[in-house]
Design a protein around this ligand. Structure first.
Ligand SMILES: [Zn+2]
Length: 288
């Protein structure tokens, strides 16, 4: 089917969905933000299960096959294994040895259900696309992107959806070098809605212990602040979400921090265990 024909089919389907929605009482829809009550959540999960039961997904290893990730393959993995697979994916990316994914095949396989293994909280930076850098396919990752990979209530909701509702095993706060949002926070930029967003990063500037020029033109300082910012986001997730903190304490998910180097393509996982911001020692030298 040609693209234009597909669009016509999609538009016809959208019209039918719109008509159905207009007949449906709003009160019957499950909550999409905040914590669902147990009955709503069970109903929501039952709906998901009904939708997914028609899927005939091939059992596949995460990021090690051209197939889409199945529920069984995802659920067999420990959180640590998920992080290992992400590291292996980044190695393949750096080696220029990425999987030859058949995206159209994965798109068809995931149409009736998705079982992502991890959720990435990354920056909007065009040089930091998580799926490519971790050599993942369609359906492998939830991908939450916001300038400066900061955390707010809506993002906590997205992370809770990913892990609590949909079963992802790992959260990776995914900062990167040469980040424009970090530079903006260092420069105390005031501009429209950006002002509010950068306010989430500003404390990381002061909290970064650094010997040298504390300026947005000093790339070493910019990257040091970005590392502090990753740790702050991990901290914000642990403090801000009782649900996610509990899952992590029970070992059902892992919350990780990582820095992506736009110059080398390497993702470095940084230690965020037992995080206490005041005790962090920020490296004085460029880590790349
Ligand atoms: Zn950035």
């Amino acid at each position: 089917m040609r693209y234009t024909s597909r669009i016509a089919v999609i538009q016809a389907r959208a019209a039918r969905i719109d008509a159905a929605i207009s007949r449906q009482a709003v009160g019957t829809l499950p909550a999409v933000s905040g914590v669902m009550d147990p009955i709503s959540r069970r109903r929501f999960l039952a709906t998901l299960a009904a939708v997914n039961s028609s899927a005939s997904l091939v059992d596949a290893q995460f990021a090690a096959s051209g197939d889409a990730l199945s529920r069984e393959a995802r659920d067999r993995m420990t959180p640590a294994r998920v992080i290992d697979e992400l590291k292996r994916g980044n190695e393949r990316f750096c080696d220029g040895a990425g999987e030859a994914y058949d995206y159209r095949r994965q798109q068809r396989m995931t149409a009736s259900g998705q079982y992502p293994a991890a959720v990435i909280l990354g920056c909007i930076d065009s040089r930091a696309p998580a799926e490519i850098i971790f050599d993942c396919g369609i359906g492998d990752l939830f991908n939450a992107r916001i300038a400066g990979n900061v955390v707010n209530d809506d993002l906590l909701g997205s992370l809770e959806f990913s892990c609590v509702t949909a079963g992802a095993k790992a959260i990776v706060v995914f900062g990167h070098t040469a980040c424009g949002a970090i530079k903006g926070a260092i420069d105390n930029v005031k501009s429209g809605h950006l002002t509010t967003l950068l306010a989430h990063i500003t404390p990381a500037v002061a909290e970064t212990t650094f010997v040298g020029k504390r300026s947005s033109t000093n790339t070493t300082f910019v990257d040091a602040v970005a590392r502090t910012n990753v740790r702050r986001s991990v901290d914000a997730i642990r403090r801000g979400s009782v649900q996610l903190a509990d899952l992590e304490k029970r070992g059902e998910i892992q919350i990780a921090g990582a820095m992506y180097d736009v110059a080398t393509g390497v993702v470095e996982f940084i230690d965020v265990s037992g995080i206490r911001l005041q005790q962090h020692i920020i490296p004085r030298h460029r880590h790349a």
